[in-house]
Design a protein around this ligand. Structure first.
Ligand code: FEC
Length: 309
């Protein structure tokens, strides 16, 4: 329909049934099937969080809430969900947009920090899908690569951190985390670490944390032979314990939903290590489809549509 804007909302994707885990893992690994050991380990991680990740449903709820919010603000909007590593694929979302006659759209990944290996990879998948369409059906898409320093994002994260810190009492250390990436991103001056740091500093400033009360760690290093960005969450916890801290609050600024890397890597794996180290570990609640987070997405989208983004 003429005049309607599309939003191509891209997320990581997750298998919906255990039978799909092998194909999903193979896709994440760029087509190389994982070893039996790696596959079994991943199956066990999904089993430990209840059999599957809530990520697909949360992404759908985020999309529905964003569409409602955008349409309430005037104009006509349709939000299309496309996943990078599973169905519905980014290419499916792009085709559905074209089938619906959408002429212009904003594209963004549900990951705030730009990197060739994160936002850049989402955009690349979308561009390939757009190129595969007949030119007359191809919507014009404005891509947002980064929303790491959006003030409403920092507000939303700070609000959650402040609430956990206030409830905790004492002087817990805030441990900000983002997904690790291979260290080779540094050789092409990738923006990722700068972007993660910028988000953290904006939150620290709002909460008023002094130096020494916060750290950044890169979590969920991949199971590959190459070196990955650190410090790891594990080493950061060890350092916190060594420096006399008794209590840490993990604030996963690199993720916007509850999923495997939050529910397993932080809530189960990191918590078990914290227990062994005598540290109390808490985590800030994920943004999911909370209204203050939907405001962030709505502002990112409308700014890009109006050429301000
Ligand atoms: O809940 C779920 O089922 C999906 C959770 C999930 C999220 C996620 C986010 C990011 N990843 C990023 C980069 C990489 C790189 C590799 C890699 C590997 C995995 C594996 C699983 C997995 N990732 Fe992921 N990631 C999630 C899940 N990720 C499962 C495979 C097992 C493992 O290594 O742990 C390494 C690929 C390789 O082996 O060659 C690189 C980045 C993000 C954060 C941005 C985003 O959300 O898009 C970056 C959620």
């Amino acid at each position: 329909p003429d005049g309607t804007w599309g939003v191509l909302l891209m997320a990581y994707g997750s298998p919906s049934r255990p039978e799909e885990i092998a194909a999903y893992y193979t896709h994440i690994r760029g087509g190389r099937p994982p070893s039996t050991e790696l596959l079994e380990e991943l199956r066990e991680r999904y089993a430990a969080i209840g059999g599957r990740s809530p990520l697909p449903e949360i992404t759908e709820r985020q999309a529905a809430a964003l569409e409602r919010r955008l349409n309430a603000g005037g104009g006509s909007w349709r939000v299309y969900v496309g996943m990078r590593h599973w169905q519905p694929w980014i290419a499916d979302a792009v085709r559905r947009m074209a089938d619906d006659g959408i002429r212009r759209a904003v594209g963004l990944a549900l990951a705030p920090h730009d990197s060739r290996m994160s936002a850049g990879a989402y955009v690349e998948s979308a561009r390939q899908a757009l190129d595969a369409l007949e030119p007359e059906r191809r919507p014009a898409v404005r891509f947002v690569r980064s929303w790491a320093t959006h003030p409403l994002l920092a507000d939303a994260l700070a609000r959650r951190l402040q609430a956990v810190l206030e409830q905790a009492g004492g002087e817990p250390v805030a441990l900000f985390t983002a997904h690790s990436l291979p260290e080779r991103i540094l050789s092409w001056d990738d923006p990722y670490p700068r972007e993660v740091e910028a988000t953290c500093r904006a939150v620290v400033q709002r909460v008023g944390l002094e130096t020494g009360r916060w750290r950044i760690a890169y979590q969920s290093q991949g199971r590959t032979a190459e070196p990955w960005l650190g410090p790891t969450l594990e080493s950061a916890l060890q350092e916190c314990a060594q420096s006399g801290a008794r209590h840490v609050v993990v604030c996963p600024v690199g993720f916007v939903a509850d999923h495997l890397e939050v529910l397993y890597d932080i809530d189960i794996e990191a918590r078990a290590l914290a227990d062994r180290l005598g540290l109390r570990l808490e985590r800030t609640p994920s943004l999911n489809d909370a209204p203050d987070f939907i405001e962030v997405l709505a502002d990112v989208v409308t700014s890009a549509a109006s050429g301000r983004g």
